[in-house]
Design a protein around this ligand. Sequence first.
Ligand code: ADP
Length: 459
Amino acid sequence: MKIRFLTILTAFVVAAMAVVIALVISFEGSVPVYRSLWFKSLFWPLPVLVIGVLILVLLRRKEFVAMNDSLKKALEGERIFRMFIEKQSLEIASAKRRNEAMLESLADSVIGIAPGMSITFMNGAAEGLTGLSAQEAIGKRFRDLVSIKQDDAPGFSIGDYIDSALNGNAIPLPENVYMQKPDATNTHIAGVAVPVFDDQKHVDGAILAIRDVSYVREVDEMKTGFLSVAAHQLRTPLSTIRWYLELLNDPSEGKLKKNQKMFAENAYLSLRKMVGLVNRLLAVTRLESGRVPVRPEPTDLKVMTKEILDGLQHKLAERKLAFRANLPDLPTVLLDQTLAREVFENLIENAIRYTPDGGTVSVDARDDGGSISWSVTDTGIGIPKGQQDKIFEKFYRAANAVEHSSEGSGLGLYLAKFIVESWGGSIEFTSEEGKGATFRVTVPKTGMKPKEGQVSLNA
Ligand code: ADP
């Protein structure tokens, strides 16, 4: 600014002096003083001024070029930065589109939920499953839009699962959960609510991933229905065969030869196993279909255990097993006698079956405050470590059990677990192969809740 002012001022002075010189030269003849040396010496600074002006102009130019260069550099920098930002934005937009396309193409329903519980995203599958469009759902709360219920659990709320996810925990939805549509149809669903974390590992929202499992249930129900019919149909001919075999084994119907008697006895034993298997199958299908009634009545577990043991006395004696019972007085609990017997009898029978002759079987029970803990321990073949996680599966029998005893269906523990869990208890075991096993059942003092049903477990 200063330099520019000086340049202009100097240029102005030089121009003024040049005008004066021109005037002096043109009036040199008529004005004598103009010709005198002292007057002419007044103009000697003129070259200095001209040179000064030139230097200033040059300096100014240099400065201008430098400024121009840095300005160019700044502009180039800004252009590169803008290009970088544009590229980044394009990449972010395309990554977002890719993610959305991926979520869209999923067969499972995906619902994005913000920390405040409102919906932020819904893929096509979720729209199809819920019957809502993403547009109408976004910004609203999932639980306000969709009615999700659980069989036999009036307190179930999908909001609790979303809440847990927003608190950082991924929890799968329980079984028997269904979505009630506005047209009153139910769609059974399975799924999980999972938290979404940001870079700082803070919860930034949740994802509810669900899918329609109605077809799985239908297939399951068909399988159960088929088994139920097959087992039921098998019972009638088996009863007839049993009746005839009993007649054959009855001496009043005529004496059999020694060999014939052995054949008839073996046939009868095999038949009994078959009847046992068919009855177990029927019990499983009936329980799974939810048609078995639950009729709780005050039950003294000590008395029930003693009755079961009395019934199994002959087996204990046959196998020369030592038996111990530690059964204190226990409070009565509301239990369905048939269902409870199925559990305890099966566990004691297993202990007897899988304990070699001369071993020991003991039954213990104790009052644990909120529940009764009941257990049976044996010194038998135990369960191999590698197979322990499978023994509650349907039809599963550990290799050493198959080798030890041909009797058994692999359905007893499945049934026992099903029943114990239905009364809100737990069943677990500890075992070491070759050293025995302990099976423990808990019975909450709240007991079983009554339920209507069409068929009894074993009839
Ligand atoms: P099973 O009719 O074969 O006894 P369960 O369902 O009652 O069927 O038991 C499943 C499997 O668990 C058995 O085949 C056996 O391998 C194992 N098991 C159960 N109880 C015992 C036990 N007391 N000792 C050793 N193994 C056992």
